[in-house]
Design a protein around this ligand. Structure first.
Ligand code: ARG
Length: 281
């Protein structure tokens, strides 16, 4: 007789459900690598803007084909990193906080997005007073924010966001300069699940994350090295780099459906899929 215990050892992956999202993306009309503010950026290496545009278009189209709405912000001349819309701020319902960038090279992007948000009407837009690179460093999950600091957004920004949005903010310290934003090493999969790369965090943060998310997916070195965690999940589909093959396998085993989208040309500026995508929560 087969024992019930034996049958129960391999639990089936839970059924996942995609939730339609609203995203903001910024066309890379003026994309370039002209300065270096992270270790990925080499201003000497040529950038193929036509390819960047084609890859960005394919990403936008893939989101739409999967039922998500995308609002497009025009890029501005002289702001080659503006394509990374995730950094532009935080948007929850009618409340929007526009970013305050760490590096002078990107400073004008804050007011540019602020104007765009304000122009939409029906929203209350405030400009961050503290250094705050938006969803680059702030990840909303289950009614609270996980927030990165160490390279860009400041600890003071974490407190400012907590007060403004009236939501708890859990501060995490990033320690590897290749992974200068939280969204380069931590991806929210659904309201209760994350994938992340533990070595990018200090010990206190790692302990916090294991406590909060005991069933998190831990990414491999290879996944992290291609910014595989810089993806976007709708709760079922996970849009991610085609090079993040370990992560794709781990996601499939957990009942998610990886959707590979290649934005390799944007990676030359140190950005991936999530960097291009701000969510209007
Ligand atoms: N070159 C940009 C920077 O260093 C890339 C930003 C990527 N964005 C992100 N959300 N991680 O600021």
């Amino acid at each position: 007789m087969t024992s019930v215990a034996t049958l129960q050892t391999t639990e089936p992956a839970p059924a996942r459900r995609p939730v339609p999202r609203r995203f903001v993306m910024c066309r890379p009309d003026h994309f370039d690598v002209r300065y270096s503010i992270n270790p990925w950026m080499n201003p000497e290496a040529p950038v193929n803007r036509a390819l960047a545009l084609a890859q960005w278009d394919a990403l936008r189209e893939t989101f739409e084909r999967h039922g998500h709405r995308v609002d497009v912000v025009p890029g501005e001349p002289g702001l080659p990193d503006m394509v990374f819309a995730a950094n532009s701020g935080l948007a929850i319902g009618e409340r929007i906080m526009s970013a305050r960038f760490t590096h002078p090279e990107r400073a004008a992007e804050g007011p540019a997005f602020h104007r765009w948000f304000t122009g939409r009407g029906g929203v209350e837009v405030v400009a961050a007073a503290e250094l705050n690179e938006g969803e680059g460093d702030f990840a909303l999950i289950g009614g609270r924010f996980l927030a990165g600091t160490g390279f860009r957004s400041s600890a003071a920004a974490h407190r400012e966001v907590e007060l403004h949005f009236e939501m708890p903010v859990i501060s995490l310290e990033l320690v590897d300069p290749r992974f200068y934003h939280l969204d380069t090493v931590l991806m929210v999969l659904d309201d209760a699940t994350i994938a992340y790369y533990p070595p990018a965090f200090d010990e206190t943060s790692r302990t916090l994350l294991t406590g909060l998310f005991p069933d998190a997916i831990e990414a491999t070195d290879a996944d992290a090295a291609v910014l595989g965690l810089n993806g976007v999940s709708d709760g079922y589909h996970v849009f991610l780099s085609p090079q993040a093959t370990d992560l794709a396998a781990a996601l499939r085993a957990r009942g998610y459906l990886p959707v590979p989208v290649d934005v390799s040309e944007l990676l030359k500026a140190g950005g991936g899929i999530k960097c291009c995508t701000l969510e209007l929560h």
